[in-house]
Structures are given as structure tokens and as C-alpha cells.
Design a protein around this ligand. Structure first.
Ligand code: ZN
Ligand code: ZN
Ligand code: ZN
Length: 346
């Protein structure tokens, strides 16, 4: 995450801030300019292109500060949500606010990495969309199908998520992690399986995705991960099926890129970052491993759990490298078609 400061009083800001806590200035996030900007007394910001913008209609509902063209409009991130809790479901709506915050963080990072997002309007069959569902009254299964991601909002509640984490014997479980993992399935569908050559390369690294998912699921929950899984996989869940291996790897790729970027911005790390080298192994070995060891020590000093309770063997670094190269492929394809990143607010 980049380092934001208030344009009025230069106090540090968090990505989520709707107003500067030091000087009170109202703020909005401009997706195209990738900046948090001060709004005038009418709640407007005139951007570099001369457009007058206001904040997204969901400011109160979901804390969204992203800028839009017209009063009452939803921003790009908000329009990706297809289903949310009903207005009468106050528990679900409070959880929805937390989930939307994680979702905006995800969209911001996908933009940073230059990973393309097509919504359901541009691609009704496979575009990205989210059902953020309250499991207060019905069972919700987290998952992905053809671009549609389902999230159980109960996972925003610490006690529930911790219970699930312990039950599934996971070292780590967060809402942002769920968004990153499920988006991994979307990205594999759009950037890998759309290209026969990439598909072959993915199969050589992650295994054959044509293996029965149902059989894999049953085997995983009956027998657990295979002996010695740590040498080739980032997590037990990644051993289940090549789809899950890719999604887990993708989630870790985003964890690492975001955390390294943030640490570099705040002067907490040295070494190459994801934007400065084509060799992701270099980022892992020279920047991420020293940084994550230090951060784990910092957490232990605070009596907290390790920030990054994972080991990255060479086989997993090779998988991360595959994801890193997908980005380079995207950049080449984009320059060929001269498509640019997000140009407007939203
Ligand atoms: Zn300020
Ligand atoms: Zn919004
Ligand atoms: Zn998955």
C-alpha cells in the first residue's frame, strides 16, 4: 500500500480515511490518479482531467470514499458487488462494511499490479462480481464460479473466523486473504486458461486441473494432505487440487507484494520490490524473507502471533514466479492493444 498524506496538512493518512483526523478535511480516493484528495466545502474534487467528482453513494453504508462523477453513483469497486445483506439485516450490514473495506484494498492492489478486472457488464459470462452474503439466517459457502465470488460475511467476526481457523488447522485466516484467494481463481480463469500455452505451463507447475475436483475434495477431508507436503505447497489446502494450489499461491503473491510495497514505502525494508525486478525469487530472497522474519520477531515482541507463519521452499517460489510472469504477460498484451489502466474515477 502506498504512503498517503493529507494534501492540506501533510498528516499521514490510511487508505480507508474519509476525513483527515488531524485537520478535519473531507477526503476522497481517486482510482485513476491513485491518490487521496481533499474535497472542497461542497464535497467535490476537480481532477486533473477537469472532471468534478463527489464521493460514492455508499459512503455511509460501506465506508466507501472512492470518487464518482455524479451524486448518487456507485464507484467501480461497489458496482462489483452483486448481492449484499438486506436493509433490515443490521448484523449483516455491519459485517458488509468490513468486507467492502477488504474488497477495496483488493481492487486497489490488482490495479497496482496491473492485473486487469472485467466486470459483469463488459463480460456477462465470466466478469468479476461478488455476492457478500450474511450467514445469519442461511448457510453460505465461500467460493468462486466463473468470476462470481461468494463471501460469508460472518468471517469478518474475529471469534467466528478464529473458530474456523482452528477447526481447519490453518496458521492464518483473514477476510482480505479470502478475497485474494478467490480472486486467484478468477485470474487463473482469465489469464491462464484463456491461453493454451499458459495452461500447459500451469499444468507443469501446479498439476493437471482436469483431475476430478470432487474426488480431490473428498480425499483432502478424509485423508488430509500427503506426507511431506511442505516441500511443494504453501499450505495444506493448496495440496487439495491444482485449482486450490494456484489460488493459494496467488493469495500469497498478493500478500507478499502488498507487504513488501508498504514496507519499502515506510522505509522498513531494503531490496528489490515487485515493481523493480522481473525475478520474483529475488524479491522473496532479498526483501521478503528478511522482512518477514523481522516482522515475525516484532509481533512476538508484542506477544502476538507471527505476521507470516509460512515457509517458502524453492518449489513454492517457482509457483510465485509463475504468477509474477503472468503480470508481465498482461503488460505486454496491454501495450499491444494500447489499453491503459483505469483512466477515470470509479
Ligand atoms: Zn489534514
Ligand atoms: Zn464505492
Ligand atoms: Zn479456492
Amino acid at each position: 500500500m502506498q504512503r498517503f498524506t493529507c494534501t492540506v496538512c501533510i498528516s499521514p493518512l490510511f487508505f480507508e480515511n474519509s476525513r483527515c483526523l488531524a485537520c478535519g478535511t473531507q477526503l476522497g480516493f481517486h482510482r485513476g490518479e491513485r491518490s487521496i484528495t481533499a474535497l472542497d466545502d461542497d464535497g467535490r474534487y476537480v481532477d486533473r482531467a477537469g472532471q468534478s467528482l463527489v464521493r460514492c453513494v455508499n459512503l455511509t453504508l460501506s465506508g466507501c470514499t472512492w470518487l464518482v462523477r455524479e451524486e448518487g453513483d456507485e464507484c467501480f469497486s461497489c458496482t462489483l458487488t452483486r448481492t449484499r445483506p438486506d436493509d433490515h439485516d443490521t448484523t449483516g450490514l455491519a459485517q458488509f462494511l468490513d468486507a467492502e473495506r477488504s474488497k477495496r484494498h483488493l481492487i486497489y492492489e490488482l490495479d497496482t499490479l496491473g492485473l486487469p478486472i472485467e466486470d459483469r457488464i463488459r463480460n456477462p459470462e465470466r466478469g468479476l462480481a461478488f455476492d457478500l452474503l450474511s450467514s445469519v439466517e442461511e448457510k453460505v459457502v465461500i467460493g468462486h464460479q466463473n468470476g462470481l465470488i461468494t463471501i460469508d460475511l460472518a468471517e469478518t467476526v474475529d471469534s467466528h473466523r478464529e473458530k474456523m481457523r482452528a477447526k481447519l488447522d490453518e496458521p492464518y485466516r483473514t477476510m482480505l486473504g479470502h478475497f485474494r484467494h478467490e480472486t486467484g481463481h478468477y485470474v487463473e480463469g482469465t489469464l491462464v486458461f484463456s491461453d493454451p500455452e499458459m495452461t500447459e505451463r500451469a499444468r507443469a507447475i501446479f498439476g493437471d486441473d482436469r483431475d476430478s475436483y470432487q474426488d480431490a475434495l473428498k480425499r483432502h477431508y478424509d485423508q488430509g494432505p500427503p506426507e511431506g507436503w511442505e516441500k511443494n505447497h504453501i499450505s495444506q489446502y493448496a495440496t487439495m487440487h491444482p485449482y486450490e494450489d494456484f489460488a493459494e499461491t496467488f493469495a500469497h503473491y498478493l500478500h507478499i507484494c502488498d507487504t513488501v510495497d508498504t514496507a519499502l514505502q515506510y522505509g522498513l525494508a531494503g531490496g528489490p520490490g515487485p515493481a523493480t525486478t522481473a525475478d520474483f525469487g529475488e524479491v522473496v530472497r532479498e526483501t521478503w524473507i528478511p522482512l518477514s522474519v523481522a516482522l515475525n520477531q516484532v509481533n512476538r515482541s508484542m506477544g502476538a502471533n507471527d505476521l507470516y507463519p509460512f515457509v517458502l521452499p524453492p518449489a513454492v517460489i517457482a509457483k510465485l514466479e509463475f504468477v509474477h510472469r503472468l503480470r508481465a504477460g498482461t503488460a505486454r498484451a496491454q501495450s499491444r492493444t494500447s489499453t491503459t489502466g483505469p483512466s477515470a474515477a470509479g
